[in-house]
Design a protein around this ligand. Structure first.
Ligand code: PEP
Ligand code: MG
Length: 581
């Protein structure tokens, strides 16, 4: 029987495939082959992991309060003894040497063999020992995985063609899985402007999030259809539904290839206003797409993806080389590099952080705050951006400014870097434009002050909406409050646009709102002339721009800006869009 489930479609398109479920905390044990010379090191890796696992268990045993029943200590002792047992830990060494496989896989093979043996025993007590084997192996595997080669370095195509279902996914996980060939994903939680959702759009993989209880209805390997535009998931689709969605896939392909006729057309309104249409990029695969869709340049290069799924941050040289590569791909188009915006839902290692737990990470140490606290992260990137500026048109953009002191601190660091480069006779563009993102209500309200010191502003609506309406962008329980048309959001956008106009500096918008075609008329009416959007959205937006006459937007915009709720504004906008597009 076909089951239809509804969530939030955050990355459009239809995907049809079998499901692979990733459960939180479930270890993904992958097999990979070692070359001859690595076998010795792999044996040592396993020895170290077993030693560390024993230390962990002894520490736990030593901290058991005296008042606790003696059974618990005995239970831990059993696990410690198992770690010395040849059957469990010696056999995997042989497997590593003989099969030239990784330690995690050797342990898995041996665990499976032991579990089967225990299950065949008649004694019920002995049968339960298989759980102990599982626990011991799990502990060692967790230690191993922490020190394992980075997952994306391990050739693995098990996920090829699969739709992944998880309770939640981090951006880092999403990138890895995309490398492994997934065609779509579903999560039980998450928000529409979470970085994971943004990444899905950027990767062009359909995604449905906030599909509560999906794990109750969907099983491993089920055939499903996901419609990322409408947020629908069909489990065990019947023949008719499959035919319908296959047709839909084809229609999507036709529609988007039809838009390609606009690639070389100027982004100009009917009344001749030229709009700058830039692209947002983050992953190396995006570098090419900027030119493929005919963007005027890059309005937002999210550099934090350079830091993900690795143990050490990139150094100055790596930044520099990467920026030169991007410039090369852009072939003369301008590039806006945003400095590091780590923190909150963008963690380098997928959120497995050490250090004190932040109870409100979105309000915590992220973006420019983190950079100012950790100059060793910030300075190499800034130096690399300046060095790269000698080789192409680069603008530098700072995220999440919340007060003028932060901006001044950044400008001081920039001055000191310029001095260093001058002393070392290293070339750079002395007039490289320095801009700031307006993402915090405080910055939007004071945009006039920021505009006096900066060369350009860019409105990051994802964060601006989050902070204005006080809704965590990754929390699905408050998704219903997410509203780009909230009058407060529109007023802050308007204030920022006016501040730019007054100071005679450009103001762009690079949040997701800029790329949603249904908002284009309103944003154009409000005076926005620079959009930076996902390459996947750019041509559709261009189509709307070319169909719009800005001289006829005045009355509509005025009515929208004086409406008292997002719902009223949405209704006005819908009516307008129906009439003109
Ligand atoms: C934004 O907040 O709108 C933005 C573009 O930055 P990010 O989504 O990377 O936080
Ligand atoms: Mg932001």
């Amino acid at each position: 029987m076909t089951i239809a489930l509804h969530g939030m479609g955050v990355s459009r398109g239809v995907a049809i495939g079998n499901v692979h479920i990733i459960e939180r905390d479930q270890l993904e044990i992958v097999e990979y082959q070692l070359d001859e010379v690595s076998v010795k090191a792999e044996v040592k890796r396993l020895q170290d992991a077993v030693t560390q696992a024993k230390q962990q268990l002894r520490a736990i045993r030593d901290h058991i309060p005296d008042s606790t029943s003696v059974d618990i200590a005995a239970f831990i002792d059993t696990h410690l003894l198992m770690m010395d047992d040849a059957a469990l830990t010696h056999e995997p060494f042989r497997l590593i040497k003989e099969n030239r496989c990784n330690a995690e896989w050797a342990l898995k093979l041996q665990r499976d063999a032991l579990v089967t043996a225990f299950e065949e025993m008649d004694d019920p007590y002995l049968r339960t020992r298989r759980d102990d084997v599982g626990h011991v192996v799990d502990r060692i595997q967790r230690i191993l995985l922490k020190h394992a080669p980075l997952p994306h370095e391990v050739p693995d195509n098990r996920l090829n063609g699969y739709i992944v279902l998880a309770d939640d996914l981090t951006p880092a996980d999403t990138v890895l899985m995309q490398h492994q060939g997934i065609v779509a994903f579903i999560t039980e939680y998450g928000g529409p402007t979470s970085h994971t959702a943004i990444l899905a759009r950027s990767l062009g993989i359909p995604a449905v999030i906030s599909l509560h209880n999906a794990l109750q209805y969907i099983e491993e390997d089920d055939l499903i259809v996901i419609d990322g535009t409408r947020g629908t998931v069909l489990v065990a689709p019947d023949k008719r539904s499959l035919t319908f969605y296959r047709q839909q896939q084809q229609e999507d392909i036709n529609y988007y290839s039809g838009l390609s006729r606009l690639i070389d057309a100027p982004a100009q309104t009917k009344d001749g206003v030229t709009i700058e249409l830039m692209a947002n990029i983050e992953l190396p695969r995006d570098f090419d797409t900027v030119r493929e869709v005919g963007a005027d340049g890059v309005g937002l290069y999210r550099t934090e993806f350079l830091y993900m799924n690795r143990e050490t941050p990139p150094d100055e040289e790596e930044h520099y080389e990467t920026y030169l590569k991007v410039l090369d791909k852009l072939n003369g188009l301008p590039l806006t590099i945003r400095t590091l915006d780590l923190g909150a839902d963008k963690q380098v290692d997928g959120g497995r952080q050490t250090g004190p737990v932040q109870s409100n990470p979105a309000l915590g140490l992220r973006a420019v705050r983190l950079c100012l606290k950790e100059p060793s992260l910030f300075r190499p990137q800034l130096r690399a951006i300046f060095r790269a500026s000698a080789h192409g048109t680069i603008r530098l953009m700072v995220p999440m400014l919340s007060n003028v002191q932060e901006m001044q601190q950044v400008l001081q660091i920039i001055d000191s870097i310029k001095m260093e480069l001058d002393e070392a006779k290293i070339k750079y563009n002395k007039d490289m434009p320095i801009g700031g993102m307006i993402e915090v209500p405080a910055a939007a309200i004071c945009a006039d002050i920021f505009a006096q010191h900066l060369d350009f502003l860019s409105i990051g609506t994802n964060d601006l909406i989050q902070y204005t309406i006080a809704i965590d962008r990754v929390n699905d329980e408050v998704n219903y409050l997410y509203d780009p048309l909230h009058p407060a959001v529109l007023r802050l956008i308007k204030m920022t646009l006016q501040a730019g106009e007054k100071a005679n500096i450009p103001v762009a918008m690079c949040g997701e709102m800029a790329g949603e075609a249904q908002f284009a008329a309103l944003l154009l009416g409000m005076g926005l002339r620079q959009f930076s959007v996902h390459p996947a959205n750019l041509l559709e937006l261009k189509k709307i721009i070319c169909e719009t006459d800005t001289s006829k937007l005045r009355g509509f915009t005025k009515r929208a800006l004086s409406a008292s709720s997002g719902v009223d504004i949405a209704a006005l906008l819908e009516k307008h869009n129906r009439k003109f597009h």
